[in-house]
Write a protein that binds this ligand. Structure first.
Ligand code: FES
Ligand code: FES
Length: 200
């Protein structure tokens, strides 16, 4: 379970230009032959404005940088996790206009003018989201690496279908891998949250 950084560190995000994980992959990447100045010219930097966890945000980064890297390295949000990097594990999921989507390949430019919610935007340690409370009550998770993405998909499910059955929960969480094998507890937690009611 994420326990500390459930609130954005900054409402107006300031990128760290030197963050290597924000660099688009290119034949020059990592070769050491490209200076920062020429890199800036080759990369199409653009100020991308969007809503992040309910607050206005603007990131001046290469527009092709993956949203996950922008969130983690420039916005300082460690909730979305890097797992596979190829949209195959679910660890990086965020809500985009209410839909649960992987952020590891999604270019930052795709979220311009849209609303992004990470697990940090769901609740806090002192005021957890009902789903977070249900996950704690069911002790759903061990290492917790998968949980921020799973919580995001569970929120999207309960917003669309407040009273899902077990098969619907399993279908909604199908894109997510949990290497700790906590699946049964996770499903119980989502069903518990549905029973107890999640505000729209
Ligand atoms: S890191 Fe995005 S789906 Fe695995
Ligand atoms: S709780 Fe460890 S990967 Fe899911």
């Amino acid at each position: 379970m994420p326990s500390r950084a459930w609130a954005p560190r900054s409402r107006r995000c300031r990128p760290r230009r030197s963050a290597t994980c924000c660099a688009p992959i290119s034949s020059d990447a990592g070769s050491g032959s490209t200076s920062p100045a020429s890199s800036r010219n080759e990369w199409r930097f653009r100020l991308i404005a969007f809503t992040l966890n309910g607050a206005p945000a603007a990131l001046d980064l290469p527009e092709d940088v993956p949203l996950l890297a922008a969130l983690r390295e420039a916005a300082g949000l460690s909730g979305p996790r890097f797992g596979c990097g190829v949209e195959a594990c679910g660890a990086c999921h965020v809500l985009l206009d209410g839909r649960s989507v992987p952020s590891c390949l999604l270019p930052l430019s795709a979220v311009a003018g849209r609303a992004v919610t990470t697990v940090e935007g769901l609740g806090s340690e002192t005021a957890p989201h009902p789903l977070q409370s249900a996950f704690l009550a069911e002790q759903a998770g061990q290492c917790g690496y998968c949980l921020s993405g799973i919580l995001i998909s569970a929120v999207a499910l309960l917003q669309a279908k407040p009273d899902p059955d077990e098969a619907e929960v399993r279908a909604a969480l199908e894109p997510h891998l949990c290497r700790c094998g906590s699946h049964n507890r996770i499903i119980r937690a989502v069903l518990r949250a549905a029973r107890e009611g999640v505000p729209a």
